[in-house]
Design a protein around this ligand. Structure first.
Ligand code: ATP
Ligand code: MG
Length: 662
């Protein structure tokens, strides 16, 4: 059902504010049958809970903390001095015990915790009880290799149950895990392992991606020639491909656990003891090792998973993110397992052996909650609906998205083709730094609008401000900041607290600086407009990239678009659009013209691209985000000199450059 609301286009208030020109006025109330059994059932209930959470934050977060089992109760909810936060001061707990033991030793012993499909098609499942056994043995295995509380452990694996077991085992013994995405090359692994000074590295022989083995151990071996800190390596045998093992340094996972004792008591951890380090994906520059701690992170991920996915006992939950990203940490491992959910893990590519792999798995395992990224949704759209419509998808009841602003056209496609107009779409805005969802619709309560992450989570106070920190008028775009600390916030950058304070807590004094631009509409809905670094300045008007890109994606010929500014003597900046076309559409000067006119008609002459460049693919990070800074550099200078270590496929940039030289 669609209801129309009166739309008020963004008011123009000079160069201070981001100009908003997206006119999106479709509203989708939560389906009645969904709300009827949801944790939060009406907008009124959401608003009452939200009000209480910000008026009495200590009471709200104290109550939230009761969802975890504590070994020692905390004495104060929050200590905050403007740059160092401590949540649940003095509390002791273990997150592995919370994510595994209490389910295994309680009513969920025989409930499936992890459900796995390998890319070639194998299936495995582990109950909470089995997970409990595996985690204890591997924890003892790590101890036998000299890993102690506070030591850092680097993890470089593919998606398999042992990856989750590795994280949980570190948490159990108090070691700090630093997961490096299995798609990164040796140098990236070496840099991160050295930065965190990891003592042990956990990897596997190889994993599968698009039918090919990914030689993780071989890449790790190369990285390790540059990592003096690593004393021991654990190798999980996933595929059976032969790998050299270095005597004294390398140990098979199965040997390590076979020798290990069966029982391992969870280490009592201070609420503020570090749980993990995770390096950001590097869309905007050199990766930073963000440090997350135990108590607040546990509370934040548990609560957001429960409310934003409206998680119930019978759900089968499938998040397609790799555990190597924050989404995988918070919403594949910790959030769902802390809630005792059944979590689906998939090893490989979404289009292997065919483009319907996800839809097939959803039907096979009766998945109820599906969480993916706009970049994946745009790929599904490109692959066409035939492969989707072969499957029933009738088990699904909720869809999520994360990673980039979702173009309204992609939202509508997701809603129609995957959700069959029955599933609420939960667009979750958050960051590696925030640890947990910050802005997202609580699905039984908050009506959704395509392209908007909607409203803040309980206890979260976002605001739109100018560069000087002053609030902007409603409807105008500006900088998105968060007004007060929240429990799952990153506490520091590993080894560089000064950089942490400077990056996040100094730009707008007293507030957390997100680096994203956004606006709020008349209903209090947040619309993310892209990164502040990517904002264009055209004739004194500041334009977000997201809205122009969304207009382009709404054209039937366009699959994906990235918009950047190029220095222009007259206008300050001109608008350059890199466009990849839908299947079977051919680039032509006539189409360029048509697309320019289309943008001018859809959102105004100001946004009309000065140049459109067709490209088969856009440069993306390995987590699937468009790297506009490279395109900006290319548009301005015809060269790319910036850091490209997190780029997914360098040949994309090379081919763009060639085009430029034509
Ligand atoms: P780096 O900080 O190293 O450049 P990154 O910002 O891409 O990397 P993440 O922490 O994974 O690393 O991504 C968070 C960013 O992704 C947000 O700041 C925002 O720009 C974007 N983002 C994530 N989810 C959404 C969403 N639902 N809507 C809009 N933007 C989103
Ligand atoms: Mg970021």
């Amino acid at each position: 059902m669609v209801t129309e609301s009166v739309s008020k286009p963004g008011t123009e208030a000079g160069g201070q504010h981001l100009k908003s020109s997206l006119r999106e006025n479709r509203v989708f109330p939560p389906p009645a049958e969904f709300s009827a059994r949801a944790h939060v059932r009406s907008l009124g209930d959401y608003e009452a809970m939200y009000r209480r959470s910000v008026e009495e934050p200590d009471a709200f977060w104290a109550e939230a903390a009761d969802s975890l089992d504590w070994m020692e109760r905390w004495t104060r909810v929050l200590d905050w001095d403007g740059s160092r936060a401590q949540w649940y001061v003095g509390g002791k707990l273990n997150l592995c015990a919370n994510a595994v033991d209490r389910h295994a030793l309680g009513s969920r012993a025989s409930k499936v915790a992890l459900l796995w499909e390998g890319e070639p098609g194998e299936q495995r499942s582990l109950t909470y009880q089995e997970l409990h056994t595996e985690v204890q043995r591997f924890s003892n295995g790590l101890k036998s290799l000299g890993v102690r509380k506070g030591d850092r452990v680097s993890i470089y694996m593919g998606m398999c149950p042992e990856l989750a077991i590795a994280l949980l085992s570190c948490a159990r013994i108090g070691a700090v895990h630093s997961v490096v995405f299995g798609g990164f090359a040796a140098q990236a692994l070496a840099d991160r392992t050295n930065d965190a000074q990891c003592k042990v590295l956990i990897t596997q022989d190889s994993s599968f991606r698009r039918g090919q083995p990914v030689p993780l151990k071989a890449i790790a071996d190369e990285a390790l020639t540059r990592c003096a800190c690593v004393e021991n390596v654990v190798v999980f045998r996933r595929s059976g491909t032969p790998v050299p093992m270095q005597d004294g340094r390398d140990h098979w996972w199965h040997d390590v656990v076979e020798r290990a004792e069966r029982e391992c008591a969870p280490e009592p951890m201070d609420a503020e003891d570090p749980l993990f380090i995770l390096y950001t994906s590097g869309t905007t520059g050199k990766p930073k090792g963000l440090v997350h701690t135990t108590g607040g992170y546990g509370v934040g991920t548990l609560l957001t998973t429960r409310y934003n996915f409206d998680l119930h006992e019978t759900d089968v939950y499938f998040c397609t993110a790799d555990i190597g990203w924050i989404t995988g940490h918070s919403y594949v491992v910790y959030g769902p397992l802390l809630n005792g959910a059944t979590v689906m893990l998939y090893e490989g590519a979404p289009n292997w052996p065919e483009t319907d792999r996800f839809w097939r798995m959803i039907d096979t395992h009766k998945v109820t909650i599906f969480y993916t990224a706009p970049t994946a949704i745009r790929a599904f759209m490109k692959w066409g609906t035939d492969c989707v419509r072969k499957h029933s998808l009738s088990s699904l009841r909720l869809l999520g998205t994360v990673g980039e602003p979702i173009n309204p056209e992609a939202w509508m496609w997701y809603h129609r083709e995957i959700g069959h107009e029955r599933c609420p779409i939960v667009d979750t805005w958050w960051q590696t730094e925030t640890g947990m969802h910050m802005i997202a619709p609580v699905p039984g309560a908050v009506p959704t609008k395509p392209g908007s992450a909607t409203r803040p989570f309980f206890g979260v106070v976002p605001e739109i401000v100018t560069k000087q920190g002053e609030p902007v008028p409603a409807g105008c775009g500006g900088l998105l900041v968060i007004r007060r600390p929240w429990p799952a916030m990153a506490r520091t950058i590993f080894g560089d607290h000064e950089r942490y304070v400077k990056t996040y807590w100094s730009e707008i004094p007293g507030s957390y600086f997100t680096g994203d631009g956004a606006r709020v509409d008349e209903d209090g809905y947040f619309w993310l407009m892209g990164r502040v670094d990517d904002v264009l300045n055209v004739s004194g008007h500041r334009l977000g990239t997201m809205e122009i890109e969304s207009a382009l994606v709404a054209h039937t010929s366009v699959a994906e678009a990235a918009v950047v500014g190029r220095p222009d003597e007259m206008k300050g900046e001109g608008v350059i659009a890199f466009v990849s076309l839908a299947d079977e559409r051919e680039p032509s000067p006539a189409l360029k013209d048509e697309l320019k006119k289309w943008v001018a008609k859809e959102i105004g002459a100001l946004a009309r691209p000065d140049d459109i460049r067709f490209t088969p693919a856009l440069p993306k990070t390995r987590s699937g985000k468009i790297m506009r800074r490279l395109l900006r550099e290319l548009a301005a200078t015809g060269e790319v000199k910036g850091d490209t270590t997190t780029l997914e496929d360098f040949s994309v940039v090379a081919s763009l450059k060639e085009k430029d030289e034509e």
